[in-house]
Design a protein around this ligand. Sequence first.
Ligand SMILES: CC(C)(COP(=O)(O)OP(=O)(O)OC[C@H]1O[C@@H](n2cnc3c(N)ncnc32)[C@H](O)[C@@H]1OP(=O)(O)O)[C@@H](O)C(=O)NCCC(=O)NCCS
Length: 198
Amino acid sequence: MFTIRPYRQNDHDAVYDICLKTGNSGRGAEHLYDDPMLLGHLYAGPYITIEPNTAFILDNGQKPCGYILGAKESKSFYKKMLNDWLIPLREKYKKPSSEENEWTKDEQIIHQIFHPETPRVFPKYPSHLHIDLLPIAQGKGLGNNMMDHFMKYLIKQGSTGVHLGLGIKNKRAFYFYKKYGMTELERDDDTIYMGLKL
Ligand SMILES: CC(C)(COP(=O)(O)OP(=O)(O)OC[C@H]1O[C@@H](n2cnc3c(N)ncnc32)[C@H](O)[C@@H]1OP(=O)(O)O)[C@@H](O)C(=O)NCCC(=O)NCCS
């Protein structure tokens, strides 16, 4: 029996774990990283730290099996992410010293901690989200329920639109979002951006 509930502080490690177990175009990324926290530091930690009220957990009664995280106002969120999250996080890591083409997966993420790409913002879709479910929760329509829950929350908060970015190789996620009613806004070599008016 799955339920959707607000994020709690003691979900922190489970959220990081889900991020790693779905961080390879929707599949497990455990084998790709030596430091199991790195992916979470970039894609989960900022949300549950800066905007924990905009984070929801899919719980099967025993443990978190998925999450939907995001920001109500992406532009101000990214400012806080840089100042309150990434800059302090730099104290834990050393900039990679080797040439870019020799970087390990860990070093690629560490580089992004020191030199984050300027995030895309879409003024007509000011909020954004990340959703990840563990394999035991996938394919059951629960992703739709999580999205509905999140959209209701955003509408209550006064948001007028939401966007997200997904890896170009993640075909399942692309069709899932399309079926949910999201439209493609833009794409580059790595990422497809999709949006939904609220
Ligand atoms: C992507 C994800 C959120 C989808 O949630 P889900 O609950 O597993 O979604 P479902 O497989 O139940 O599919 C929901 C709908 O999308 C449709 N869909 C899913 N995959 C599809 C595909 N490859 N082609 C066409 N439609 C597809 C389903 O038909 C279903 O519609 P229906 O309910 O009307 O039949 C979830 O699988 C997940 O977290 N995956 C791993 C992490 C990930 O990739 N996150 C997204 C990162 S951008």
